[in-house]
Design a protein around this ligand. Structure first.
Ligand SMILES: [Cu+2]
Length: 159
C-alpha cells in the first residue's frame, strides 16, 4: 500500500462512488490489503459455506464487527477518519487477517502481484510518498511532480 503522506492540498476530494471489495473465501480475506478513501464504501462479501465475522480493530476509527452467514447479501461499511492501517480479523477464524488503509484523499494505491503501482491525477507539487508493508514496515521518499509530468518512484525492501 502506498499513499502520498504529505503535500496533497487540503480539499474535499470526491469520494469514489464505487465500493472497494473485500471477500471472505476459503477462510481467507481477498485481497489481503485494500485501500479506501475516508467515507468510501467497503463491500464485504462471504463466498464460503460457513459463517465469518469480520472485525476491524482500528486505533482512531470506530471498531465494529459483523457476522455474515453463507449466501448473505454483501454489507457496506466505511471509516470516517484517515488511518494507516486498520488490521482486520475474523472472530470465527483466528488466522484470517486483512489490512485496510483509510486515506483522506484519493492518491493511494495497493501494489500489484509484481510490486508495481500507479497513482494518477496528482496536482503539481512536492510530496512525501510513503509505503507500508505488513512485515517490513514503512518507507518514505520525496517527489516533485510538475504539470502533466510522469515520475517513476522505486522502493526496495530487503526480506
Ligand atoms: Cu472467518
Amino acid at each position: 500500500m502506498l499513499r502520498w503522506k504529505s503535500g496533497v492540498p487540503a480539499r474535499n476530494w470526491a469520494v469514489p462512488s464505487t465500493p472497494v471489495a473485500i471477500d471472505q473465501q476459503y477462510c481467507m480475506y481477498h485481497p489481503h490489503v485494500i485501500g479506501a478513501m475516508t467515507g468510501q464504501n467497503i463491500q464485504i462479501s462471504n463466498a464460503d459455506p460457513v459463517n465469518h465475522n469480520i472485525h476491524p480493530v482500528p486505533q482512531t476509527n470506530e471498531e465494529w464487527n459483523d457476522t455474515q452467514s453463507p449466501g448473505e447479501a454483501p454489507k457496506l461499511r466505511s471509516f470516517a477518519k484517515q488511518e494507516i492501517m486498520v488490521p482486520v480479523k475474523c472472530n470465527v477464524h483466528p488466522w484470517m487477517r486483512a489490512y485496510i488503509g483509510v486515506v483522506s484523499h484519493p492518491f493511494f494505491a495497493v501494489t500489484g502481484e509484481d510490486g508495481s503501482f500507479t497513482i494518477k491525477g496528482l496536482p503539481p507539487g512536492t510530496y512525501t510518498i510513503q509505503t507500508w508493508h505488513e512485515k517490513f514496515g514503512t518507507q518514505e521518499q520525496q517527489v516533485t511532480v510538475g504539470a502533466k509530468e510522469s515520475k517513476a518512484v522505486d522502493f526496495s525492501y530487503k526480506g
